[in-house]
Ligand binder design. Structure first.
Ligand SMILES: [Zn+2]
Length: 539
């Protein structure tokens, strides 16, 4: 047999959770054709993996790379982590469908989501047109898509804070149907974000029933990750159970806010018990004690009604401002970061104006002091007005014990919860969360090698066969004959993340080779500028 590539002398960790073994791998036409002793042939490219681990390519089960691939399909920050498949359309956010009848809303939405100076060239309306367009652009890694509930609600009813009419409900179901038929793996919600946050459980359930017809999955950034974390996980369980969909995934699972630290014991117990009674609930996690999201998430959801312009009007009205402040400090009507962790733990990650962008990396408490002012709430309002409601933040809200407990959990996978960005250029603006660059190597280097919190085989299973099985990808996630050759070759002693909150634009190290569909994308740590990834479609 002739092979295109032979990976020789490596220690294979096959993704199943089994201990490593020694073998060569023969790759032909994009697939793994032989595992065993292989004689080198003249035609084949040889990768000498002596002293290295050879594992299936990593599957990032929670990615926002769909927002950056249209601008740069090289997936630099993720491919150098060994990620060969990105699962996108998370937290209710996706770039389709687009309702042409609400064009202005979408223009606004896309300009809010685009990095400064860049604009999306949106040529699609339906989900299937969108996936076809992404297929034309290509990508260095494989991409699997979910449909975002936020986008279909925006398409059907704009920023309205009310129940959908029967017609609007039907329209949302039609959008889901189109996406599922185009090959989406399920739906995602982000129930802290507007307009999604305006939807009650029944509405989400009704729409998820449409997903269930196609045997799809329900992913959720839950309604509350702090004082109502258990109730919010229960909402996922109810939606999965009553809709009959294939399974539910709790996105970037955490317990947020000091008052709730330790409660991962309860959340993991609930997940375990639910699985034991036959309802499939899984979760994912990024290995950092800070979260990251948009700055306007600090404000109560009602302030977003009607869209960003209305939000800014509210911030300029002193009476409304008092009401906003009260809701934020009281923190019972929504998940209030300010109430849960305080201004000193809310760090600015991206801003655009000259006046404020110098504060990227600082906490809002620090900015208040630096500006010689005493009311952080007033400072936030000024920032949001000047920045036209844009801007990002990181929030230090998690406890290390919870992080490790969740990481080791039986139902936990790994997700970056970031987009895929290059080291330089407009896409790399601000100080993004280091998870964009470091998530997978941080688990293998810091938590597995240094902290020894679990065996490497278990960690790799969480990054490969477990997410593949969850998605129903039967031909990826394992080193096995006839699987697609998505493969990572890395040095177990060297692999580590380099990105930090202060200096996030740093590639992880210790990963020598990354193969996607049998093509070398990273060779000796260098990107080959090729796009062998596929759009994976659910069958
Ligand atoms: Zn999220």
């Amino acid at each position: 047999m002739d092979y295109d590539i032979i990976i020789k002398n490596g220690r294979i960790i096959d993704g199943s959770g089994n201990p490593w073994y020694k073998a060569d791998i023969g790759i032909s036409k994009g697939k793994i054709m032989k595992i065993g002793r292989i004689k080198p042939s003249e035609e084949a490219k040889i990768i000498d993996a002596k002293g290295m681990i050879v594992s299936p390519g990593f599957i990032d089960i929670h990615s926002h790379a769909d927002y950056t691939i249209p601008f740069d399909p090289m997936t630099t920050s993720t491919i150098h982590q060994g990620i060969t498949t990105l699962v996108v359309g998370m937290c209710g956010a996706s770039l389709a469908p687009v309702n042409p009848e609400k064009k202005e809303l979408f223009d606004k939405e896309f300009s809010m989501a685009a990095p400064p100076g860049l604009e999306y060239n949106v040529t699609w309306t339906s989900y299937s047109e969108y996936l076809d367009e992404m297929e034309k652009i290509g990508c260095s890694s494989n991409v699997a898509y979910l449909i975002g509930f936020g986008m279909i609600r925006l398409a059907a009813m704009g920023y309205e804070n009310r129940k959908p009419t029967n017609e609007e409900m039907q329209l949302m179901k039609d959008y889901v149907k189109d996406a599922m038929e185009a090959g989406a793996f399920g739906i995602s919600t982000g129930l802290i974000y507007t307009p999604q946050a305006y939807a009650k459980t029944d509405e989400v359930l009704e729409i998820t029933k449409e997903v269930a017809k196609y045997n799809g999955l329900y992913f959720s950034h839950i309604r509350n990750e702090s004082h109502l974390v258990l109730e919010s996980i229960q909402e996922v369980i109810d939606i999965v159970e009553k809709s009959g969909c294939r399974g539910g995934q709790i996105a970037h699972h955490k317990v947020s806010g000091k008052a709730n630290w330790g409660r991962s014991k309860e959340t993991l117990k609930l997940i375990e018990e639910t699985n034991q009674r036959g309802i499939n609930i899984t979760c994912d996690q990024y290995p950092y004690n800070r979260g990251a999201t948009s700055l306007i998430t600090l404000l109560p959801p009602w302030t977003h009604e009607g869209g960003p312009e209305r939000l800014i009007e509210r911030l300029k009205d002193s009476e409304t401002k008092e009401k906003i402040k009260k809701d934020m400090y009281d923190g019972t009507s929504f998940e209030s970061f300010v109430k849960n962790i305080g201004w000193e733990n809310v760090y600015i990650s991206s801003l655009e104006t000259e006046k404020w962008s110098k504060y990227m990396g600082n906490s809002i408490a620090e900015i208040t002091k630096e500006e010689g002012r005493d009311d952080s709430f007033e400072v936030l309002c000024d920032i949001l007005i000047d920045e036209e409601a844009k801007g990002g933040m990181t929030v230090e809200s998690m406890d290390e014990e919870d992080i490790q407990r969740i990481m080791k959990g039986r139902y936990t996978m790994v997700g970056c919860d970031g987009s895929a960005i290059p080291l330089k250029g407009p896409l790399s603006y601000g100080k993004p969360h280091p998870r964009y660059f470091g998530t997978f190597p941080r688990i293998l280097g810091y938590y597995v090698r240094e902290k020894k919190i679990m065996p490497i085989e278990k960690a790799i299973r969480k990054m490969t066969s477990f997410p593949a099985q969850t998605l129903g990808l039967v031909d990826r996630g394992l080193i096995k004959v006839n699987m697609w050759a998505d493969i990572v070759v890395f040095d177990e002693e060297k692999i580590i993340d380099k990105a930090t909150f202060e200096d996030p634009h740093q590639l992880s190290i210790g990963i020598d080779y990354v193969l996607v569909n049998g093509e070398i994308v990273v060779e000796k740590g260098k990107h080959q500028n090729n796009l062998p990834g596929m759009i994976l479609r659910s069958s």
